[in-house]
Design a protein around this ligand. Structure first.
Ligand code: NAP
Length: 278
């Protein structure tokens, strides 16, 4: 089954472990990263596993950069068999992207929505894996908080909203692919609480607390297990539109995402802002 896998956010944490895990499973790997020197280090490690690696620049905070990266992928490889939308960020304050969107929603949701649609033409078959988070169930969708510089900002609410959108996107895409008769599956997951660079910089006492908590966190390699399972395991052949926990189990959906009207509103928002998926 191995072929070509595209991984976003391969420079650190779960994405780096995922890229290396997929190479170990026999995949050649396209590394989409904004920090290309760091991605080259990962590429060297992939090549050390006797697989091919490509590094392509992609700043997920820019829709133009995402489109350019998708074009570069389509030029470099004949097809994509696995797409892992892994990259993510947690903002400390409101920041707006060049396209005018709150940064975490842009990076965590609009970018994978666009990238996926741009790569689907070269995915005749295959698997899409969206790295969400269990906090999706706390998320609420409010377009004003994404587009208005004046709206009040909460780190937790912004991050949860973006992860709610990841799960809604997974369900919506699975339905559309199924309706179109396309043999491409899409699932999402919570990787566990993993010791990575995700948590924003904090004051010294907070860092000490998180350092202590870090003793109980998963390693990036353990955090990558569900992504690699969904990308490679025969157990999930044909399974689509599901949310998996960190132990590779399908979990029932909770919170606002159970509402089909809300899922549709999120889809329409993403489609209208990215110009794909309408
Ligand atoms: N860690 C956890 O406990 C946890 C829990 C639930 C869900 N998750 C999810 O797991 C995924 C991976 O996160 P992680 O924990 O491995 O975090 P991480 O160590 O901070 O890695 C995040 C990756 O995303 C990339 N990235 C961030 N912003 C980007 C941008 N604008 N353009 C391109 N790449 C960008 C980073 O690249 P740079 O090197 O350029 O910064 C890095 O490679 C995320 O979707 C996160 O929401 C993590």
């Amino acid at each position: 089954m191995p072929g070509i896998a595209v991984v976003t956010g391969p420079t650190h944490g779960i994405g780096r472990a995922t890229a290396l895990g997929l190479a170990r499973a026999g995949f050649d790997v396209v590394l989409l990263a904004r920090n290309t020197p760091l991605a080259e280090d990962v590429a060297r490690a992939v090549r050390g596993l006797a697989r091919t690696a490509w590094v392509m620049r992609c700043d997920l905070a820019s829709l133009a950069s995402v489109r350019g990266a998708a074009q570069a992928v389509a030029t470099a490889v004949p097809h994509v068999d696995v797409l892992v939308n892994n990259a993510g960020m947690m903002p400390t304050r409101r920041a707006m992207t060049v396209d005018g969107f709150e940064e975490s929603f842009a990076v965590n949701q609009l970018a994978p929505f666009l990238l996926t649609h741009e790569l689907l033409p070269i995915m005749p078959t295959g698997r899409i894996v969206n790295v969400a988070s269990a906090v999706y169930r706390l998320g609420r969708f409010d377009a004003v908080t994404i587009e208005s510089t004046e709206a009040p900002f909460s780190l937790a609410a912004a991050y949860a909203q973006s992860k709610l959108a990841n799960v809604a996107f997974t369900l919506g895409l699975a339905e559309r692919l199924h309706a179109a008769g396309r043999p491409v599956t899409v699932n999402c997951l919570h990787p566990g609480v993993v010791a990575t660079h995700l948590l924003p910089d904090r004051r010294r006492w907070q860092r000490a607390l998180f350092g202590f908590a870090g003793l109980f966190m998963r390693s990036p390699e353990r955090g990558a297990r569900t992504s690699i399972h969904l990308a490679t395991s025969p157990v999930v052949t044909g399974v689509s539109g599901r949310y998996f926990d960190a132990r590779q189990r399908v979990r029932p959906l909770r919170g606002a995402v159970r509402d089909p009207a809300l899922r549709d509103a999120i889809w329409q928002f993403c489609a209208s802002r990215t110009g794909v998926g309408a």
